[in-house]
Design a protein around this ligand. Structure first.
Ligand code: ADP
Length: 365
């Protein structure tokens, strides 16, 4: 690919993206009914091309039960992984121009968060989620700019479980002698949005490096059984991509960060009928998800105090929420009628954070 062609295309995509209002976007994705789940009974009444979503209350058939939402985009159940990624490509690419970007997946367990961010278990390239596609694309573009701008890419993977940050790429890999020479990242990213000061970071130069790392990270995630889903995620997982680009003509250096966040399930505690450890987990999850909502909300209302410190999640992402940073939230919906009340609370959360202009807000410590 020709460098100038890529730059031109990138700029075009980027300008298109800028036309979306503000620095936060909310995309709603409705997952399909899964085979073997019985007769589909959907709450999704209408998906509009313009980001309109109409849901119907299964206990109130007819006009009274309809509720309308509007987001930057809504995907119907048959949207492919490639379609979804093509819409966020410019956002991902802006990282190579020195922007900080956060991409979240929010929704109840089983609504397709991991499918969107990572893909199904053992995914083929066609089924790859955002994480693989994003890194693949970053490598492609950085290759095409080589000689003009030379990039280095580093990856961290952590999870937040019960408000504790766990390094998903700790010793395992160093034992496998994965190359580790990232002093540039460690010394320079603290003011540029280093996600986790104490978590391992690995330089990556190819998609296969990334696949190796993600496999190890995914194996290390805390997953366990609940009444709702045996692979329920009760932790937030964050893949952070750090980019350093050196302009070979001027010698100037730029930094960008991409945080890819698969949030813990947003379902309410009573729904899973949990006790003990599970209850504690659920309380931590509720707290961090509501803190995330509060931070975005405070940025929107230009509050002088942004409550970043109320949860580990918002603390870690502080430098990438607000200022020039860009945020995208995938709001995931399970279309089944039995999930109606969870879907409504998901949509209300999304409504609260959408339409918010993060860029205009001042960040505070
Ligand atoms: P979550 O991460 O929110 O708990 P998952 O991503 O694990 O949910 O999705 C639950 C199930 O639905 C998985 O079996 C997943 O493969 C499937 N699924 C989710 N979204 C889609 C989709 N868009 N197309 C096909 N299958 C999907």
């Amino acid at each position: 690919e020709n460098y100038h062609a890529v730059l031109t295309e990138n700029r075009k995509l980027f300008n298109e993206l800028q036309e979306l209002k503000g620095n936060i976007r909310v995309f709603c994705r409705v997952r399909p009914f899964l085979p073997g789940q019985g007769a589909p009974n959907t709450v999704v009444e209408h998906v509009g091309e313009d980001g309109e979503l109409v849901v119907t209350n299964p206990t109130r058939p007819g006009k009274d039960g309809l509720r309308q939402f509007r987001f930057n985009k809504v995907y119907s159940p048959n949207a492919t992984q490639a379609e979804v990624f093509s819409d966020i490509k410019p956002l991902v690419r802006s990282v190579l121009d020195g922007f900080n970007v956060c991409i979240f997946a929010y929704g109840q367990t089983g609504s397709g968060k991991t499918y969107t961010m990572t893909g199904p278990d053992g995914a083929s390239e066609e089924d790859w989620g955002v994480n693989y596609r994003a890194l693949n694309d970053l490598f492609k573009i950085s290759q095409s700019r080589k000689g003009n701008i030379n990039y280095e890419v580093g990856v961290q993977m952590v999870e937040i479980y019960n408000e504790q940050v766990l390094d998903l790429l700790s010793d395992n890999i160093s034992q496998k002698k994965y190359p580790f020479s990232t002093s540039w990242i460690l010394s320079t990213t603290s003011e540029n949005g280093l996600a986790v000061p104490d978590a391992s970071m690995y330089p990556v130069t190819s998609t296969s490096d990334v696949i190796t790392l993600m496999d190890i990270g995914l194996q290390n995630r805390s997953v366990g059984a609940t009444a709702m889903n045996e692979r329920s995620s009760r932790s937030h997982s964050i893949v952070t991509v750090h980019v350093r680009g050196k302009d070979m003509k001027t010698g100037s250096v730029l930094y960008g960060n991409l945080h890819l966040v698969d949030l813990a399930g947003s379902e309410r505690v009573d729904r899973s009928e949990v006790k003990g450890d599970r209850l504690r987990e659920a309380q931590h999850i509720n707290k961090s998800l509501s803190s995330l909502g509060d931070v975005i909300f405070s940025l929107a209302s230009k509050s002088s105090h942004i409550p970043y410190r109320n949860s580990k999640l918002t603390q870690l992402l502080q430098s990438s929420l607000g200022g020039r940073a860009k945020t995208l939230m995938f709001v995931q919906l399970n279309p089944d009628a039995t999930s109606y009340s969870e879907s409504m609370s998901t949509l209300k959360f999304a409504e609260r954070v959408s339409g918010v202009e993060l860029g205009a807000a001042k960040s505070s410590k």
